[in-house]
Design a protein around this ligand. Structure first.
Ligand code: SER
Length: 843
């Protein structure tokens, strides 16, 4: 069977057992801050197991995209050096939510493996948790006791993470040894006897304090390694030899010109396997919205990518190559997972960009590593050196460790960490601390924020010192989540103080005033927020949510907030994106955002439990943000934007008025920044632009005038320049009797110049002079003829120029001392000029 057929056959089998077939959840989990990546099929059902959520079905099956590179389940180090671990893999799974339990789970697993797929029963082993007699008895129906083993918690008690659903499990292992002697290799990390299916009997919740809590119902959670079952079914000893990996390996062979060697110790083979594995992880993670970067999930991806780059380097690649494998992967997996097809271009661009950037330092880093390891003490690379590789050459610690391991060295991890800590402290100290911030002492009082509903309140003073006051309740919003604090006034004992800043210190909200207060603990204060300023902040905050969604709609769902500032004057939004946002895209984003504003949606703000919020995929929340047990969900058009947010918002989107993006820029590799204004800010912006425009108009008029003047000056200069040629012309004139005759083409710019030049010539002849000057005007000729006063009777200029023009197929005339004409036939001009003296003679 092909991989595709195996996947389908699994799903069909469980469909036949009344399971709903559900889609894979994204590999970037939404709304579970305990997870960096989806690491098991059951993740998307965590709430059901814990009794906090419900689905329309109580049996389900799917194939789930999983990544195991961090936290409790991390297979990174095994990848490439063995045949059956991957950072990305598919997990086929079936689930019972409080429905069937151990018996059916075991019966059906057996039926599928041995009756549908016809795997030889003497190659299968079952393991059970050491105290699980029930599972052991169930297996005895199918397997001799020699093929059933009890194991401890390490292998047979499955847990999702540090906390969460868990329970005893029963695993099925497959024996690939020639002589079926694998019993002793079960759970021994042998490539010859591998776990293919894990049946977990979920009955507990592991709590943060480490204790187990009984769940109200028992559940089944099974997971089968898809790539492993493909290898078994296709009679291969390595997952990489199946049709899941072969197309990518072939592609790497073509690109590198090297042959894939399946030997586990062969360097080329390892490199190719690692690259084939890593490109899958990168592609699926990026397609689901993750982006390589410097922190958290993003840094995991960057580490994977840099590892891949370094292996590509060992295959001889000096240029980005991993991105070239994406089309092959899309071809083989895009039908089952259309998201990678949809995001293909994005994925390729991001991988290529990351490869390019690491390749700039990779070679020098490798050289440095070699220098550092020439004379190693205790075969251990110094922590400071490892840190230098990290800091200067971008080598993730695990890459340095890997290179060290390959060469037989260790890395002083503690030393590395100490260096890292020192650097963090240095940069913390270097960061500018505003004097006010530095001065705020620890305050143990607790204030309640009441400013969502009111802007004015009378409150009790709990604490004060210098210019700082803490009240029991306050309408003042303290700076948080990018939203700047409110300003306003406090009236205390008939004295009015301006509140310049508001900060949260522990549970206290500290108002920072313009001057020191008179000591008056126990008194009351009238707190009043500057309403106009608050309105402007609200408009900018609500517009930030609307723009965020517009960015995702227009640029793609990889867009994630990387930072934001909501001030009364403008908003700033930083987000992950790998290239400049084009003007057309900006226009579309603005258009969509303004549509949402003008559609006048009521802004709905609802408090929910974090668990409820996490269930809704549409609600934006930020990984790594600490949310309390109750969260605020801000919704503007339920089909458009829902976001967890503690900030203040308008009550209807129409209040925003309009949003105008004022700039788009890059602030770091892969991070873009938008700035925008709303409401009054747009008015101001337009006024500013108008003023600039008027300034520009005035400047343009001035420039126009200057240009005209300069043109005039230039023309005069040109005439002067040409005039300087006149004496020469006269000296070289042809003589017809006593008459000096000049016939010449000149470079005058227009008829005026030509005439001016003629005048100059006429004045320069002392007497007895006749001149014919010609200028070419496109495909025509212009002529001017001048005659000195003593010849006007015998040789009137009008007549001469008429005869000359005739020779060019044109005509003209004028006064006897100066006349002009035009001719059409350019080709005759040389002949005319040559014969003009003759013409004069013949008169
Ligand atoms: N959750 C179990 C595992 O990941 C079975 O699906 O192995």
């Amino acid at each position: 069977m092909t991989a595709k057929e195996i996947r389908q056959s699994f799903l069909d089998f469980f469909k036949g057992k009344e399971h709903s077939i559900v889609p894979s959840a994204p590999v970037v989990p939404h709304g579970d801050p305990t997870l960096l990546f989806t690491n098991a099929g059951m993740n998307q059902f965590k709430d059901v197991f814990l009794g906090q959520g419900k689905r329309d079905f109580n049996r389900a099956a799917d194939t789930q995209k999983c990544i195991r590179v961090s936290g409790k389940h991390n297979d990174l180090e095994e990848v490439g050096v063995d045949t059956y671990h991957h950072t990305f893999f598919e997990m086929l799974g079936n689930w019972s939510f409080g429905d069937y339990y151990k018996k059916e789970a075991i019966d059906w697993a057996w039926e599928l493996l041995t009756e549908v797929w016809k795997l030889p029963t003497d190659r299968l082993y079952a393991t059970v948790f050491e105290s699980d007699d029930e599972a052991l008895e169930l297996w005895k129906q199918y397997l001799p006791e020699s093929q059933i083993q009890r194991h401890g918690a390490k292998d047979n008690f499955w847990e999702m993470g540090e906390t969460g659903p868990c329970g005893p499990c029963s695993e099925i292992h497959y024996d690939m040894t020639k002589d079926k002697s694998g019993a002793k290799l079960v759970n021994m990390d042998s490539p010859e006897v591998i776990e293919i299916w894990n049946l977990v009997f979920i009955q507990y919740n592991r709590k943060a304090d480490g204790t187990l809590e009984n769940l109200s119902a028992t559940h089944v959670d099974t997971g089968m390694g898809f790539e492993r079952i493909c290898a078994v079914m296709q009679g291969k000893t390595s997952n990489y030899d199946t049709d899941v990996f072969m197309p990518i390996l072939r592609n790497i062979e073509e690109l590198s010109g090297k042959k894939y060697n399946p030997e586990l110790t062969d360097k080329t083979g390892i490199a190719m396997r690692v690259i084939a594995d890593h490109v899958r992880t990168l592609t699926f993670a990026i397609a689901d919205g993750a982006i390589p970067g410097n922190e958290g999930r993003s840094y995991v991806l960057r580490r994977i990518l840099r590892r891949g780059c370094r292996f590509a380097r060992t295959l001889g690649f000096r240029e980005p190559m991993m991105f070239k494998l994406v089309p092959t992967l899309v071809e083989s997996m895009g039908e089952q997972f259309p998201e990678i097809m949809r995001q293909q271009t994005t994925v390729e661009k991001i991988i290529k960009g990351e490869e390019e950037s690491f390749l700039q330092t990779l070679d020098r880093g490798i050289e440095k590593f070699e220098e550092m390891t020439t004379d190693l003490k205790d075969n251990t690379l110094d922590g400071a050196d490892a840190f230098m590789l990290y800091d200067t050459f971008g080598f993730p610690l695990d890459l340095t460790e890997l290179m060290a391991r390959e060469a037989g060295y260790k890395v002083d991890i503690e030393g590395f960490n100490a260096n890292m800590k020192e650097q963090k402290e240095r940069s913390r100290a270097a960061r500018k601390v505003t004097s006010q911030e530095a001065e705020i002492p620890e305050v143990s009082e607790k204030s309640t924020f009441i400013g969502y509903d009111t802007l004015e309140a009378e409150a009790k003073i709990l604490w004060m010192s210098d210019n700082k006051v803490v009240l029991d309740k306050t309408p003042f919003y303290a700076e948080s989540g990018g939203q700047m604090s409110d300003n306003g006034t406090l009236v205390i004992a008939a004295n009015k103080y301006d509140v310049l800043d508001v900060k949260k210190v522990g549970d206290a909200i500290v108002h920072i005033c313009d001057r020191d207060l008179e000591l008056l603990i126990g008194g009351a204060a009238l707190a009043k927020v500057d309403e106009k300023r608050r309105q402007a902040i609200k408009r900018n905050h609500s517009a930030t949510h609307i723009l965020h969604e517009a960015l995702r709609t227009i640029l793609g769902n990889h867009v994630q907030q990387a930072g934001s500032l909501v001030s009364p004057d403008y908003l700033r939004f930083d987000f992950n994106h790998f290239e400049k946002v084009t003007n057309e895209q900006l226009e579309q984003i603005e258009l969509l955002a303004n549509d949402k504003i003008l559609e006048a949606h009521r802004v709905n703000i609802e408090e929910k439990s974090i668990e409820d919020a996490q269930k809704n995929d549409k609600i934006k929340m930020f990984f790594g943000d600490k949310y309390g047990s109750t969260v605020r969900v801000v919704t503007m058009d339920p089909s458009y934007s829902m976001e967890l947010c503690g900030g203040t918002h308008v009550s209807n989107t129409a209040e925003i008025g309009l949003v105008k993006i004022t700039s788009e820029s890059s602030i770091a590799a892969g991070v873009r920044r938008l700035e925008a204004v709303t409401g009054k800010g747009v008015e101001l912006y337009i006024a500013e632009q108008n003023a600039k425009m008027k300034d520009k108009d005035a400047t343009i008029a001035e420039l126009h005038h200057k240009i005209k003047q300069m043109e005039k000056e230039m023309s005069e200069l040109k005439v002067q320049g040409m005039a300087s040629l006149v004496p020469d012309m006269i000296a070289n004139a042809e003589l017809v009797g006593e008459i000096r005759v000049i016939a010449k083409e000149v470079e005058a710019e227009d008829m005026d110049q030509l005439r001016d030049l003629g005048e100059e010539l006429r004045n320069s002849f002392a007497k007895q002079g006749i001149g014919l000057l010609a200028r070419i005007d496109g495909d025509k000729v212009q002529l001017v003829c001048v005659v000195t006063d003593d010849l006007v009777k015998s040789h009137p200029a009008g007549k001469l120029v008429g005869a000359a023009a005739k020779a060019l197929g044109g005509g003209g005339g004028g006064k006897p001392h100066m006349a002009t004409a035009g001719g059409r036939d350019l080709t005759k001009l040389p002949e005319l000029l040559a014969s003009f003296a003759e013409m004069v003679k013949n008169r």
